[in-house]
Each structure stands twice: as structure tokens, then as C-alpha cells.
Design a protein around this ligand. Structure first.
Ligand SMILES: [Zn+2]
Length: 286
């Protein structure tokens, strides 16, 4: 039983590391991100979401914040729906990696938002994934299938071999489609925010724009919603991208924090937008 307890503890620690990783300082272990730049024009006047042009040597472009206008400030709230490939038994045992109350609050407050979903999460909660994906208020983006790391030494996450990176991203998009999400946006958030040139090169053929953040909410394992709200409200700037989580299991205070954050941001004149609008603004001002 001791081994069992120990391995269970190890799993919990790993899960904690994984989730915390998504809310730590952006870019820390990463190569210098490609600067935001204008992209080639979107094909026609379709509803295709804007993407950034490839970085140097055709690398996957990286977006973390829009230029922002003080006279018309915007902010994008993003929610990582984390579930690692090996957490199925925990979900079966009753642990909840979803957060329907959070989604309901976003709807009630009419907050546009971007969900970075793992493929594994969409498999576990297909009805919710479809529901989020079909709501015009929201957009569904890719947070990998497995929530494994795309670099070595990423907060203790297992590391994907380079040759499996692109397939892992494609597998998530396939899981979204199977769940009924018909219009996922071509944005990808690295688990833990960890990336390097090799990872950017591996994903380049898929044409995704990598999305980081400039505001850490600190909601991972937070139990005090006011502390989360204070942290966001202190750090947010025009054009910001805020990283939060959509999982009761490991971000239990997020929904309550939102009820403070959203009215205060609006009071300050911020318009809440999806990441696609921030990227569109980066393109037009780049
Ligand atoms: Zn994550």
C-alpha cells in the first residue's frame, strides 16, 4: 500500500506541476519568441480566424499580447481545459476536470472567451466540448492532446518526442471534431507554456499560431478567489491575454474570481474579447 500511496502522491504532485506550469511566468524556459508581425492576408473575406505569419525560418509564430489601445482597451480571458493523457482513471474515480459553473457564469455575464482544450478533455466531456464549441460567444483552441511537454524540463511533465509533437496537436483537433466541435481556431498553447525552436519547427507545417499570455492569474490550486482577482486586476493592460483554467479539480476558485474580475474590468473601460480578435488587432497594427 505504501507504494500505491507514494505513486498516487507522485501523480498528484505531477498534476500540480502541470497545472501550475500553465500559470507561471510566460516564456521562461523558452527561446526568444518571434515578434508579433503582420501576416499574409487572409484568404478572401471568409470567416477564417486570423493567424500570424510564420516567424524567422518559417517557425510557428508566437503571440502573447496585442498592441493594445489606451483609448479602447481590450483584454482576452483564456481558459485552459487541462487533462493529461493519464488522468482517465482519476476522472473515472470521480475527480472533475470540467467546470460547468464557470462556463455558465461566462454566459450569464456575456463574456467572450477562448478555451484552450486538450484532446483528452474533449474525450472525457464531449457534450461540454461541443456545447462550448458551438456557442458563438466562445472559441475552442488547441492545448495538445496529452498535455505532455514540448520541451525537456517543463515542470515535471512527461516530454513528447519531437517526432510525435505535430501528431499530438492533430490528435487534439481530431478529438474536437469527434466531439462535434466543428470550428476550432488554429491556435495552440504549449502545455506549461514551454517551447523552444525545435518545438516551433515541429509544429510549423500545421500552420497554427502559438498563443502564450502576459497575465498570470495564479488560479491553479488557488482557494481564495479575491487573491486571484487582485492578481489579474493588478497585472492587466490594454491588449492583455490572461491565462486561467477551466477545471474544478485544480482551479476551484476561478468561477468566483471571475465574478469580481469581469465587472471591474468593464468598469475600467475594458472590452472583453476572444484571442482571435487580439490576433487580428496585432496583424492590423503590426
Ligand atoms: Zn495546461
Amino acid at each position: 500500500m505504501i507504494t500505491r500511496t507514494r505513486s498516487w502522491t507522485a501523480l498528484l504532485v505531477l498534476a500540480a506541476a502541470a497545472l501550475t506550469a500553465c500559470g507561471t511566468a510566460p516564456g521562461t524556459p523558452a527561446a526568444a519568441p518571434a515578434p508579433d508581425r503582420t501576416a499574409a492576408p487572409a484568404a478572401g473575406r471568409s470567416a477564417a480566424p486570423p493567424t500570424l505569419a510564420p516567424g524567422p525560418q518559417g517557425l510557428t509564430p508566437v503571440f502573447s499580447k496585442a498592441p493594445g489601445r489606451r483609448d479602447a482597451p481590450t483584454v482576452a480571458l483564456t481558459f485552459d481545459a487541462d487533462m493529461t493523457a493519464d488522468q482517465g482513471p482519476r476522472a473515472t474515480a470521480g475527480e472533475r476536470f470540467d467546470n460547468p459553473a464557470l462556463v455558465a457564469t461566462l454566459r450569464r455575464l456575456k463574456v467572450p472567451a477562448t478555451f484552450f482544450m486538450t484532446g483528452r478533455w474533449a474525450e472525457e466531456y464531449p457534450a461540454q466540448a461541443r456545447d462550448i464549441g458551438r456557442d458563438p460567444l466562445f472559441e475552442v483552441a488547441n492545448h495538445s492532446y496529452s498535455h505532455y511537454a514540448f520541451t525537456a524540463d517543463c515542470y515535471g511533465l512527461p516530454t513528447l518526442p519531437r517526432e510525435r509533437m505535430r501528431a499530438d496537436v492533430e490528435r487534439a483537433f481530431a478529438a474536437f471534431r469527434r466531439a462535434g466541435v466543428t470550428r476550432a481556431v488554429p491556435y495552440f498553447r504549449f502545455p506549461g507554456g514551454c517551447y523552444d525552436r525545435a518545438a516551433l519547427r515541429a509544429l510549423a507545417p500545421g500552420g497554427v499560431t502559438a498563443v502564450q499570455w502576459d497575465v498570470v492569474s495564479g488560479d491553479a490550486f488557488a482557494t481564495d478567489p479575491d487573491a486571484v482577482a487582485r492578481q489579474v486586476l493588478r497585472a492587466v493592460r490594454p491588449g492583455s491575454v490572461v491565462v486561467m483554467h477551466c477545471t474544478r479539480s485544480a482551479a476551484p476558485a476561478t468561477e468566483r474570481a471571475l465574478r469580481r474580475i469581469v465587472p471591474e474590468l468593464r468598469e475600467r473601460g475594458f472590452r472583453l474579447v476572444r484571442v482571435s480578435e487580439q490576433i487580428g488587432a496585432a496583424r492590423s497594427q503590426g
